[in-house]
Design a protein around this ligand. Sequence first.
Ligand code: UDX
Ligand code: UDX
Length: 467
Amino acid sequence: MQIAVVGSGYVGLVTGACFADLGHDVILVDNDQNKLNALRKGEVPIHERFLPELLDKHRGKRIKFSEDLQAATRASEVIFIAVGTPATESGDADMSYVESVAREISGAVDSYKVVVEKSTVPVYTNQWIQTIIRRNGAHPEQFDIVSNPEFLREGTGVTDFLYPDRIVVGVETERSAEVMKNVYGPLTGGWYYGRSDAVPRPDRAQTPPRLIITSAKSAELIKHASNAFLAMKISFINAVASICETVGANVQQVCEGIGTDSRIGPRFLNPGIGYGGSCFPKDLLAFRSVAKESGYDFRLLEEVIRINEEQRHRFLRKVRSVLWTLRGKRLGVLGLAFKGGTDDIRESPALLLVEELSREGCKVCVYDPAAMERAKEALGNGVEFATDAYQAAKGADAVLILTEWEEFANLDLQHLRSVVKYPIILDGRNLYDPAIMTEHGFSYYSVGRPAALCEETAVRATKKERA
Ligand code: UDX
Ligand code: UDX
């Protein structure tokens, strides 16, 4: 099929590259000329596993790049809208990009088209897109609007797309449902999974995925409700972790105990410094706002947001309680991205903590495997940027782990201990077994687990060794 994907960001680029791998011909449209030039030259603007390989494989063949949305619409049977929907001051999703894309599409509807909203949007967006396209001249018989929410996690977007738990398609007509069945046929029919050049299957994947066909409004709500539920799971376990800290229990054991109940499940129960990213924070606000407009006061969501913010402040208090005063202290910070596996720093709790610690007078030296470029733009000269984890930790009064990168879960602890000033680690992501840390001579503070303390003499010995 000929498909256009409008918006070549985290969602659009992954979506377009994956459709090409399924055998469709894809035009990736964006209004950012620099981004398009970079993509045409073979650059990959985001850090996503398997994305460079897919773009290399299909660039100039099944994937083309264009700034001309109208031409792309005319050439395509299906047009996916994947432009951003940032939050406004009041928490509503800003739908102006989606609206302007819909307006432009309208002028190019010259035969039957299916316009698919892929961006996370409030309920009723489908109807609005319909209205805008009609208002601008397209005949209602010549197009249908479909809601097809994405459930892609950044960093694992490609495998989430190709090996999904389910595919949700919200339609209002049989005709558009048939088109969407064809779009996803290579996945739901299992054909893709038999291919020798398919992207490797992740451990948990069950194939082929189920196609769930719903009304457009239900699909719109499924997206918001899914993200809100996942965020609620994280805030729930973070609240439990806080209680664990005060009563001296271990949240890891609690998670094992509750996560093995198949009704609850173990995933998204990792406590930490709170969720961030371009989706959860924005979507929670938008869902609360949608609920309010519909006359329902969804106070549970407010509490989820409050617990999430509190989690960061709690961690900051922990740093203070371990180091006493902060002014002039040197901190080695591992992690800036909002989670491991991505270069995205949008709403990153790690970045917010670094900003707060710098404001309090700490000398912060940071390292992240992928997010350094973006972080440099955001943090400016206020912090030092290291070339690896050990350089960041060099001479540090304490090392802070703020992003769950695999690399940070596999540090050479002996090497690390030889470079720090004091062997103190504050882990905001619970990447280590506390016993291993004390074996290596570190005092180790994590989230929801008792602190693992080393003898004070160990600290002095390090200083003496250094002297
Ligand atoms: C996506 C979804 O669209 C959003 O709803 C979801 O909640 C998060 O993920 P994302 O892909 O992360 O957004 O956004 P971004 O990386 O900002 O990409 C959007 C792209 O659309 C950019 O490349 C931008 O240049 C492009 N764009 C934006 C257009 O082509 N036209 C516009 O009018 C606006
Ligand atoms: C999320 C949804 O998972 C995805 O389905 C949706 O389409 C987009 O939003 P993403 O934001 O990329 O994906 O990342 P995700 O893996 O969900 O993590 C979000 C945040 O929650 C990160 O900051 C992460 O560190 C945090 N998190 C996640 C936890 O603190 N604990 C967990 O157990 C899981």
